[in-house]
Design a protein. Structure first.
Length: 306
């Protein structure tokens, strides 16, 4: 049940490297208020093994969870089979007890899923959830807005292709780096979406691409007010999905599993733009303009011989 063992004969120097807690996977049940926190019972997953351990979670630790996850903690979120990190001590009234000092991220993911499902249902009832999906495919790709992590481009990030296209003159790229995993990211995202909407209104942008990177703490992308604004964003939003859920990926015009898949979709838009414009006609226009320019330059310079 534990993630490590400490030799009984270890000396004081060896014990300096001893972890601060033990990791246990158990059946968590019976949440109830106790002093300045919550008390639970931990039971072995193997029903044939006897034993039960009282576990305590302080209100302070619960607030840390809320600050890190961006949502309220409910004791019911801990019910079921979970992995928790504990420190064990002897309580005068309860006997052998454990204090919860760490939780499996899966607990938060389950709670996030429930929260997101409730907000999605509300937006469906309001009639705005499908607004992005109803937008037509972009007919051209000339001004692209990109929201990306501020820690630098990851390997095979979509920004590599977009930057290359911008350098070649294919597109105009407007970039906003965001620290998704830092406090205050929600406020920055609201400001960024406001700036992106201004670009659409005054600069006729064609698409908004969101690549949040490989991080974990991105709950700002499921904030109710932000999601409302994103549902109503006037041009298609394209996202790169990552390991953990958020509502933006589900409401976006298109969401892609890989950078390669997104790049292929953007390439198709460019290819269609060339086809609709008529490549042969454009080449003919370019050749004729070049011929006219050469003729005009020759006329201005005059003949070399009489």
């Amino acid at each position: 049940m534990t993630s490590y063992t400490v030799p009984q004969g270890a000396n004081a120097v060896a014990r300096l490297a001893e972890p601060t807690g033990i990791t246990v996977r158990a059946e968590v049940s019976r949440p109830r208020r106790h002093r300045d926190g919550w008390q639970f019972e931990l039971n072995p997953l193997d029903r044939s093994r006897a034993g039960r351990l009282s576990a305590f979670m302080s209100d302070g630790f619960a607030r840390q969870i809320e600050d890190a996850s961006g949502m309220l903690f409910h004791a019911e979120d801990l019910l079921g089979q979970h992995e928790v990190m504990l420190t064990v001590s002897m309580d005068a009234l309860l006997g052998l007890t454990a204090r919860i000092i760490g939780l499996d991220r899966g607990i938060l993911v389950e709670a996030w899923n429930r929260q997101d499902a409730a907000l999605e249902a509300a937006l469906i009832a309001e009639g705005v959830w499908q607004a992005q999906r109803a937008l037509p495919r972009p007919q051209r790709l000339r001004r692209v807005l990109l929201i990306e992590p501020d820690a630098g481009a990851a390997i095979r990030a979509i920004s590599e292709s977009l930057s290359r296209w911008a350098d070649l003159g294919l597109i105009t790229l407007i970039r906003w780096p965001i620290a998704f995993e830092e406090p205050g990211s929600l406020e920055v995202l609201h400001q960024t979406i406001e700036a992106a909407a201004d670009q659409v209104e005054w600069g006729t942008a064609d698409a908004l691409i969101v690549d949040r990177g490989p991080g974990f703490a991105f709950r700002a992308l499921s904030d109710p007010d932000l999601v409302q604004r994103l549902c109503r964003f006037p041009v298609p939003i394209l996202t790169l999905r990552r390991a953990y859920p958020n509502l933006l990926d589900r409401l976006a015009w298109r969401s892609f599993e890989t950078t390669e898949a997104m790049e292929a979709a953007l390439t198709d838009i460019l290819r269609e733009e060339v086809r609709a414009a008529g490549r042969k006609r454009l080449d003919a226009i370019a050749c004729e303009l070049e011929r006219i320019a050469v003729t005009a330059a020759t006329a201005r310079s005059g003949a070399l011989y009489d």
